[in-house]
Design a protein. Structure first.
Length: 145
């Protein structure tokens, strides 16, 4: 698994930083169904945070259907739903991914998203500015005023 990073100085809670990074890795195919996540104690030790923080992130991911947790097996990436997209479309929801993989059936949206990020960074935008653009694009169109 790609190394997760947390910013203890960020206003975003650490559990949410972990949750969003794992959900994003699943959405873009960096993690696949059946992949095991690190044990909460191991990840907490590696990140220098409390075990309960990792456990909360894992509970949030499980509630969102991104992972499943079982004794003796650990926390693994869940199988995608039989149809449609995983996650939510409201703010704070899990990133969506096609049921059969991040690029199949999605017209290469992951590749397009990566190209968009590359172009935005080349133009000097920060990652936060890129996210703000995407969040703005998700809002319903406002006509007139």
């Amino acid at each position: 698994m790609t190394a997760l990073q947390v910013d203890l100085a960020s206003p975003v809670p650490v559990y949410e930083q972990i949750r969003s990074q794992v959900a994003a890795l699943v959405a873009v195919g960096g993690l696949h169904p059946g992949d095991r996540l690190p044990a909460s104690r191991d990840l907490a030790r590696d990140l220098g945070i409390a075990v309960g923080t990792v456990q909360r992130a894992y509970r949030e991911l499980e509630a969102g259907g991104v992972v499943t947790s079982r004794r003796r097996v650990g926390t693994v990436v869940a199988e995608p739903p039989a149809r449609g997209l995983r996650g939510g479309s409201e703010p704070g929801g899990e990133p969506q991914r096609p049921a059969d993989g991040p690029t199949s059936g999605a017209g290469g949206l992951v590749d397009e998203a990566r190209a968009f990020v590359t172009r935005a960074r080349e133009q000097g935008l920060s990652d936060e500015a890129v996210l703000a653009l995407v969040r703005g694009a998700l809002l319903p169109e406002q006509h007139g005023g």
